[in-house]
Design a protein around this ligand. Structure first.
Ligand SMILES: [Zn+2]
Length: 136
């Protein structure tokens, strides 16, 4: 028997459909995933499941971002100047690389940044915002 690291209760290993709520993309569904759960804590995810979640989130983000019209995007040069940094600094920035500003990679080495996300990043240091439609 495995016990929960947090509360010491028995951990139940589960395998199957996993549905979770994400702050930015709404519901993420994995058809097949391993995870575990104890009575008290929320689901615990092994590394490979966390990677699956990351990947699914990234795909959903790209889908939502691609729905924006092209006029809502700026080039990396423009994004850099909006932030008052060089393009090189923009490309090297760890947080930005990790997706703190929504961006799409177009063909031939061209990355476009969502203007709204650049503005939010400038203001708050995090350009992410919920992309999924409000529930009615
Ligand atoms: Zn627990």
């Amino acid at each position: 028997m495995t016990v929960c690291e947090k509360c010491g209760e028995e951990v139940i290993e589960l395998n199957g459909r996993l549905e979770l709520e994400d702050l930015y993309v709404g519901i993420i569904i994995l058809k097949q995933a391993s995870f575990s759960s104890c009575k008290n804590c929320h689901f615990l995810y092994p590394v490979e499941t966390l990677q699956q979640i990351e990947k699914a989130r990234e795909i959903l983000i790209q889908q939502y971002i691609n729905d924006y019209p092209i006029r809502d995007f700026v080039t990396s040069g423009k994004a850099a100047s909006m932030l008052g940094i060089t393009r090189q600094a923009l490309n090297k920035n760890r947080r930005i690389r990790r997706g703190f500003i929504y961006k799409v990679d177009k063909s031939d080495n061209c990355t476009l940044f969502l203007r709204q996300s650049v503005e939010l990043y400038k203001k708050a240091g995090d350009g992410r915002f919920p992309l999924f439609p409000e529930e009615r």
